[in-house]
Design a binder for this molecule. Sequence first.
Ligand SMILES: Nc1ncnc2c1ncn2[C@@H]1O[C@H](COP(=O)(O)OP(=O)(O)OP(=O)(O)O)[C@@H](O)[C@H]1O
Ligand SMILES: [Mg+2]
Length: 240
Amino acid sequence: MTILSVENLGRSFGGIRANHDISFDINEGEILGIIGPNGAGKSTLFDLITGYTKADSGKVVFAGQDISALRPDKISNLGIGRTFQKLKPFADMTLLENVMIGSFVRESNIKKARDNALEIIDFVDLIEKRHHFARELSTGQRKRLELARAMAIKPRLLLMDEVTGGVDQKTIPGLVALIKRLKASGVTIATIEHNINIIMEISDNILALDQGQKIAFGKPKDIQNNQKVIDSYLGTVDVA
Ligand SMILES: Nc1ncnc2c1ncn2[C@@H]1O[C@H](COP(=O)(O)OP(=O)(O)OP(=O)(O)O)[C@@H](O)[C@H]1O
Ligand SMILES: [Mg+2]
């Protein structure tokens, strides 16, 4: 079943067509991997889906509802969570407090919001850090914080913008395992990812963007052999 339909989405910034006539679907329970060179329009696509930027054309349909004109908080309430490429935790709040802010979207009772946040912090394997300030956490731990904050709203669809970007190599397997656990828990995922080995391993489908346009959509194996994708992107990255 389709949970998200992106239909002919377009957005320009001045003369730059950040997204141009992009269409694709995400099936419930699957992982969509999104790849493309820097400036391809990947983060803009997430901004459009989550209402942080308004589209010039096209629409976004989530669980049968047109959400194109909704504000970010409404879209979050409907069940789309996201992480940001540029991490922005509240540095002087604890990990637990940061995640509780997400919990309050679904739960106004403080004890229940706290319990929900603790459960998620445990899920991302940071329970022993719950009373640490966000500023004390490593980059890998802050990526998990960001994921936990997004998960705290109990999303049906979770958009992740370069969750493994900027973390050291030894942190990556744990993050990949976490993404797999999330999928197993029933959450639908769209993930922007520069690590091509990870994207090939975890994705059910892959969307390839270049210069604001969709250049390919399909199964990992087909994408890996797609000449347009090789020319625009895969030819420039290391594939183990
Ligand atoms: N708010 C904005 N104002 C002006 N230009 C923007 C804005 N947001 C994005 N752009 C431009 O739109 C294009 C697509 O940017 P976007 O951030 O979506 O790319 P990306 O694929 O996420 O790149 P990266 O891999 O570097 O994160 C770029 O040329 C960028 O400079
Ligand atoms: Mg980006």
